[in-house]
Design a protein. Structure first.
Length: 433
């Protein structure tokens, strides 16, 4: 018996998929089809998959060509599958030509010509809504333009900046389609507004966008005034639009693994969180507040909102906070957050429980792994994921899900967490300045 294997995502199943399976079947007597798993797709940055794994498997099954269907769960699985299933021929579309030549040591490799004029990407573009993003900014530290190209349905088409030099530098790098002459024009031409400017300007830009019934992504915090922030939340609900923070880590797989273990009792009772974050950027006066946001959010998610005491110490230079330590006392634990602007600290996140400790080293807010230390073992368990870029595509993927389901409520950062972060930073800002 000649055994054949092929792989694919098989999203939005179409004639091209059918033809590949039909022709693959002719290369042997028994066809095994590997369908990519959802975790595998997310890990390799393929975030435009629409159909569920169950639906994709069912569509392959309904063709009648597959004698066996397996799930592709990790990079490198193909070699193991070829050996395990004693494969004679590996068959794949010719858009991968040359990429799998190394498998010829294990079996015959066949590249099949794709059905022309049809693809899942084209179907997505034709079938689903497209959202134009407009960016208002006052620095050239862009995070969104390139990442938006990796998620179908989104395109950065409009930009607005009052500083001509910054605007010219931005356009030279990213070649955005439309430079708007005013913020009103940016709002008019865009479905989603990304507000990336100084904190002093954010509230005004955000409220104008919400009043125009536009979805908004913003760099947090939106304001130093908790009542102003509650007004923004109220407006978003009244106009049925999304208001979402640019906190990308909560949409990355490894961070949700960490939360699951910390919240689900894997560490026992949480005793403390120690979090350090720093960046050397003396030109950004509010960098302390931006860096603090992610650290405070981790604390709130793991230890809750009901801390009993909050104290802090700061070191300032030319009216900017260079270094700050924030201490939170909970009924059964403590949290310490160190934030440095120009002052360098070792970036790390440590969550200590009675039955284990989680550590993330380096730039933990965009980390690909964490360590689990347990008191009864000398072994360190390492949990990994794979992603590239700055993580914005994962935020956009979550936003697309919200838009598709007409749901304006974010499951990444909850409303009460957002309010509490603003309240903490409001207290610091009011007392320091």
């Amino acid at each position: 018996m000649k055994r054949v294997i092929t792989y694919g995502t098989f999203d939005l199943f179409h004639k091209g998929h059918y033809n590949i399976l039909k022709r693959a079947k002719k290369y042997g007597d028994y066809l095994i089809v590997g369908v990519t798993g959802e975790t595998y797709d997310i890990g390799r940055g393929k975030l435009n998959v629409h159909d569920s794994l169950a639906t994709r498997i069912e569509n392959v099954k309904n063709t009648g060509f597959a004698d066996e269907i397996i799930v592709e769960e990790y990079i490198g699985q193909k070699i193991g599958d070829i050996i395990k299933y004693d494969i004679d021929s590996f068959v794949i579309g010719d858009d991968w030509k040359g990429k799998f030549d190394h498998l010829s040591r294990y079996c015959n490799v066949v590249y099949l010509e794709r059905t022309k004029g049809i693809s899942s990407t084209q179907i997505r573009e034709d079938r689903f809504d497209q959202y134009n993003i407009g960016i208002v900014f006052d620095s050239d530290d862009n995070q969104l333009t390139n990442e938006s190209k990796l998620v179908n349905n989104f395109c950065v088409k409009n930009i607005f900046c009052k500083d001509e030099k910054i605007l010219d530098n931005f356009q030279e790098k990213y070649h955005v389609e439309n430079i708007c002459e005013s913020y009103e024009q940016l709002i008019e031409y865009s479905d989603i507004i990304f507000v990336r400017c100084s904190i002093e300007q954010r509230f005004d830009y955000i409220i104008r966008a919400l009043n125009s019934k536009k979805h908004v992504i913003y760099d947090p915090p939106a304001t130093f005034n908790s009542e102003q922030y509650k007004l923004l939340l109220k407006l978003a609900k009244e106009n049925n639009v999304i208001l979402i923070e640019n906190i990308k880590m909560v949409y990355i797989h490894i961070f949700n693994q960490l939360l699951w273990m910390a919240q689900g009792g894997f560490l026992g009772e949480i005793l403390s969180i120690n979090c350090s974050v720093s960046k050397n950027d003396v030109n950004r006066s509010n960098l302390f507040y931006e860096l603090s946001t992610s650290s405070i959010l981790v604390m709130l998610k793991v230890m809750g909102l009901d801390y009993k005491k909050f104290e802090y110490q700061v070191t300032k230079y030319k009216n900017n906070i260079e270094f700050a330590t924030m201490n939170f006392a909970y009924p059964k634990g403590y949290a310490t957050i160190n934030v440095g602007n120009k002052v360098r600290v070792d970036n790390q996140l440590e969550i200590i429980g009675t039955e284990g400790t989680i550590r993330m080293r380096g730039d933990w807010w965009r980390s690909k792994n964490f360590e689990l230390h347990t008191p009864n073992s000398n072994d360190i368990q390492v949990y990994n994921t794979n992603f590239e870029g700055n993580g914005f595509k994962y935020l956009l993927k979550a936003m697309l899900s919200m838009l598709s389901n007409n749901n304006i409520r974010s499951m990444g950062v909850f409303e009460d967490e957002s309010i509490k972060i603003v309240e903490i930073l409001e207290q610091v800002s009011n007392e320091i300045y």
